[in-house]
Design a protein around this ligand. Structure first.
Ligand code: LLP
Length: 404
């Protein structure tokens, strides 16, 4: 409630200690490369950099964010890696100028990069022919996925790379987001096969991201020790085969930041529609799109404005302010409204959507001309405003009315 009063609502709040704790869980991997698409605020990038994580970028501006947060463009291992399926003019120009490492996700990327930067090192993102995610929309492998170089085209890509004098120094596989140990482990086999095909030039393998976090009671984490052992076994076999060290990278987004984040909103209306009670808050899918996009479940808590916590529970549906009926936080995949047992609440109470640190703010929009929310990082017990709420001027910046 203090944060809501100090910074207003809706506001994303991140707990720095939780991010660092999750990073430390993965310390057995040689490189933890943060997939910043999950939450790309400069303060979060800076925090992870200070604690030893390297970073992944999927666009020119994500590269610029990494540089603005203090990552050098080049190094060994590469501090920043551009992983994508295409280059646009900006990203191609930037990786060439700054010599940012490129992980190519399509044969065309190899061609386009090779023709302007022959002789560089690249890695290849392979689509192993299978994938898995928490939703069909987050499955990034198999023949219905646009991602990565199709595994059967690896040989042709190696020929293309050689043509340009590009050396292929590593392979990468990311099959989806929010998957399970079985599918994650299959990644290891696919990586080994691809690395053997590439041959002795391979210096690194990346198992991608995808580690799930528990959003609902009863869900759990994957067994990280078991997962690491499987990845490490592949790495060791490759080292024995090639006769040199092979770096083992992991590329999590969600795992590092999801649980650190809370979206604080205020209840602005309580409505009865027939037999249903709706809590309408001042945050909507313009702030957190995961429920409307995937039917994603997020824990919800109420902070009563009068401080009295012992409220009876009722079944309520939580919606936002947007002029669209899908603007509901409690919904299942397919858009079915799902009432939730929540404390009895009134206008003026705060409603907190939990586990909102990953793919929350970053997927926000200006729909209905709503400003992007404020972001606050709590570090050592101190809240820091790390992004101001957008103003009207921010919202219309760059727009103009042509002369009559
Ligand atoms: N590496 C690559 C190449 C990726 O495409 C992704 C996620 C990651 C790593 C990180 O995956 P993670 O560890 O976060 O699962 N908006 C969706 C998730 C989309 C993920 C896109 N790629 C959601 O809200 O669930």
């Amino acid at each position: 409630m203090d944060l809501a009063r100090q910074f207003g609502t809706p506001t994303f709040v991140y707990d720095a200690a939780k991010i660092v704790e999750r990073l430390n869980d993965l310390r057995h991997f040689d490189v933890v490369r943060y997939a910043q698409k999950a939450a790309s605020n400069l303060a979060i990038l800076d925090l992870l950099r200070r604690h030893g994580a390297l970073v992944d970028a999927v666009s020119a501006h994500e590269i610029r964010r990494a540089l603005a947060a203090g990552y050098p463009a080049q190094g060994d291992p590469p501090p920043v890696v551009y992983t994508a399926d295409i280059f646009d003019a900006d990203s191609l120009g930037l990786v060439v100028r700054e010599n940012v490492h490129v992980n190519c996700g399509s044969p065309d990327m190899i061609d386009q990069y090779g023709s302007v930067a022959p002789g560089r090192a690249i890695t290849l993102r392979i689509n192993p022919g299978f994938g898995h995610g928490h939703s069909r929309k987050t499955n990034t492998g198999g023949d219905c996925s646009k991602h990565g170089i199709w595994h059967e085209q690896l040989h042709d890509c190696l020929v293309t790379a050689e043509h340009y004098g590009l050396s292929v120094t590593g392979v990468h596989v990311h099959i989806g987001s929010g998957t399970d140990l079985e599918h994650l482990s299959q990644v290891c086999g696919a990586l080994e096969k691809a690395a053997v095909e590439v041959g002795r030039n391979v210096q690194s393998i990346s198992v991608g991201g995808g580690l799930p976090v528990p959003y609902r009671e009863g869900q759990s984490y994957v067994d990280l020790d078991a997962y690491f052992r499987r990845c490490d076994a592949v790495r060791k076999r490759l080292e024995a085969r090639f006769g040199h060290p092979v770096r083992l990278e992991i590329e999590p987004g969600r795992y590092l930041v999801a649980e650190s984040g809370f979206l604080i909103s205020e209840i602005r209306a309580v409505k009865k529609q027939g037999g249903n009670t709706f809590y309408l808050v001042d945050a909507g899918f313009n702030n957190l799109a995961r429920p409307i996009l995937y039917g994603a479940y997020h824990p919800i808590a109420i902070a009563p404005a009068d401080g009295h916590a012992n409220r009876p529970e009722i079944e309520a549906i939580v919606g936002g302010p947007l002029c669209e009926s899908g603007d509901i936080f409690t919904q299942d995949e397919g858009g079915f409204v799902a009432p939730r047992r929540l404390p009895l609440a009134a206008v003026g109470d705060y409603l907190v959507i939990e586990c909102a640190g990953a793919y929350g703010f970053v997927m926000g929009s200006n729909y209905n001309s709503k400003p992007l929310a404020a972001e606050v990082l709590v570090r050592n017990g101190q809240p820091h405003l790390v992004r101001q709420r957008q103003s009207f001027d921010d919202l219309v910046r760059g727009e103009s009315i042509p002369p009559a």
